[in-house]
Design a protein around this ligand. Structure first.
Ligand SMILES: [Zn+2]
Length: 161
C-alpha cells in the first residue's frame, strides 16, 4: 500500500489543502486531498462529534453543488481527527479547489438549518453531533487558513514540481 501522506514528516506539517495522492483509473485520474484543519501533533484535534458533523455538512455541500456534485467521489474524516479527506475526479492541484473549499467552509460556518441526515434511519450514530462547535472550527479554519492560503499551505514539504 502506498499512501503518499504517510511518507511526509507530520511534525512539520501546517494547516491547509494538500494533494495527498493521485490515482489513475479506467477513465482518468482521481485526486485525493488532505484538508488539514489542525497542525498534526502540535494542536488539539477535533472531537468525534465535530468530525461527524463536518462529514455530514461537507458531504451535503458537495453532493448538492451544481458544478462539483458530478466531480465528487468521496469526502470523509481523517482517523487522526486533524482534518478531512476529499476525492475528486480529475488531475487537480490545491489551487484548483481553493475557491470551492472557501465556499464550503463558509457554508459550514453559517449553517443554521436542521443537520442533514442526522436521523436514526440515515446515520450510524445520529446523536453524536455538535453543530455549534463545528461552526466555530470551520470559521477558524476559513479565517486563519483559507482566507490567506500560501504556498506552504498547499504543497507538502517534500513535494517538488
Ligand atoms: Zn452520520
Amino acid at each position: 500500500m502506498d499512501v503518499t501522506s504517510f511518507g511526509i514528516d507530520h511534525n512539520i506539517l501546517l494547516r491547509g489543502i494538500y494533494v495527498s495522492r493521485k490515482d489513475t483509473v479506467e477513465n482518468g485520474v482521481l485526486t485525493t486531498f488532505d484538508i488539514r484543519m489542525k497542525e498534526p501533533n502540535r494542536e488539539m484535534v477535533m472531537d468525534t462529534a465535530v468530525m461527524h458533523t463536518i462529514e455530514h455538512l461537507m458531504a451535503t455541500f458537495f453532493r448538492s453543488h451544481s458544478l462539483w456534485a458530478e466531480k465528487t467521489i468521496y469526502v470523509g474524516p481523517m482517523g487522526c481527527r486533524t482534518g478531512m479527506y476529499a476525492i475528486f475526479k480529475g488531475d487537480l492541484e490545491s489551487k484548483d479547489v481553493a475557491d470551492i473549499f472557501k465556499e464550503c467552509y463558509n457554508y459550514m460556518s453559517h449553517f443554521s438549518d436542521e443537520l442533514p441526515a442526522a436521523k436514526a434511519e440515515m446515520c450510524g450514530n445520529y446523536l453524536d453531533h455538535n453543530l455549534e462547535i463545528t461552526k466555530i472550527e470551520c470559521k477558524k479554519f476559513a479565517d486563519e487558513v483559507l482566507a490567506c492560503l500560501k504556498e506552504e499551505n498547499m504543497v507538502y514539504p517534500r513535494q517538488t514540481k
